[in-house]
Design a protein around this ligand. Structure first.
Ligand SMILES: [Zn+2]
Ligand SMILES: [Zn+2]
Length: 292
């Protein structure tokens, strides 16, 4: 075990689906990251750890799964010395959020019956299409159905509740999660189209002790030729305004995550990063741990 963490949520990645650097990007946003490891950022992912039982779970299986699984496994050690990786919760069927399941396949880990918690359309997607289908058939993974707003009890100390959010649902529905421990709740919404059609957000933010939400773009300027309508997200600029009336204590635990490679907030020296901090909010960092 790496430290005294008892129950907590660990940030295992903060970037949008494609990570940083981003394939094919030769612009200034990725220039440094191609050369310097310290500037690289893994795709957005959370780990849930219960060091008392030695159990751990992941939220989403990203293209950086092997690094994130390794990071998480440092906290997992039962009394018998065995690691207990207990499962993966999937938010939705966009490539940065589930394709890391490949590492559980026969050619890699050849995992044995890892529970993968899925909403109905995601479940069908994995059951009907290769290569996921063969992993289900070979029992590398076992799909566990989730229902909107129905809590899943992980053990006597932790439960996780999925809730539907509006997002480009071409292939599957999209959910966010509330992770509840003995004392605290963490809210996680890595991808959402807009706050406008999701009135429940205020209640969820009110309940949560730690908040991690979609910070894909700082502003619409980043998209260049691509139309924001094709990849809708609330920009960080919009969210700073939308949540400006929250008390300072709430803002201090309000983090933006899932940052696109173009997002200037990846650079703590940027004006945009300072704008977030000066407004009382934060940018999530890999390795951060929130007690629950
Ligand atoms: Zn995403
Ligand atoms: Zn998405």
């Amino acid at each position: 075990m790496q430290n005294n963490l008892e129950f907590g949520v660990i940030v295992l990645g903060i970037a949008q689906d494609g990570g940083v650097p981003h394939a094919g990007c030769a612009r200034s946003c990725c220039e440094g990251a191609w050369e310097h490891e310290a500037l690289r950022r893994k795709s957005a992912c959370l780990g849930i750890v219960d060091s008392l039982s030695g159990q751990g779970w992941m939220i989403d299986a990203t293209p950086d799964f092997k690094w994130q699984h390794h990071h998480l496994s440092k906290y997992l050690c039962k009394n018998d010395g065995k690691q207990a990786f207990e499962g993966i919760f999937l938010t939705h069927g966009h490539v940065g959020h589930y394709t890391g399941l490949l590492h559980l396949e026969k050619a890699v880990m050849n995992a044995n019956e890892i529970p993968v918690y899925t909403m109905p359309r995601m479940n069908r997607f994995l059951t009907e299409h290769l290569p996921w289908k063969s992993m289900v058939e070979r029992k590398n993974i076992v799909l566990k159905p989730m229902q909107n707003e129905v809590s899943i009890v992980l053990n006597s100390r932790i439960h996780v509740t999925p809730f539907l959010v509006p997002h480009r649902d071409e292939f599957t529905e999209t959910v966010g999660f509330m992770i509840q421990g003995l004392q605290k709740k963490t809210l996680y919404i890595p991808d959402i189209d807009s706050w406008d059609h999701f009135a429940t957000i205020d209640q969820l933010v009110g309940e949560a002790d730690q908040i991690l939400v979609d910070g894909t773009f700082f502003s619409a300027k980043e998209l260049g030729r691509r139309d924001m309508c094709q990849v809708p997200h609330p920009t960080i600029e919009t969210s700073l305004e939308r949540f400006s009336s929250l008390p300072a204590s709430k803002k201090a635990n309000f983090y933006f995550i899932h940052l696109n490679h173009t997002n200037p907030c990846l650079n703590p020296q940027s004006d945009e990063y300072h704008r977030v901090i000066n407004s009382g909010f934060k940018i999530a960092q890999e390795g951060q741990i929130y007690p629950i």
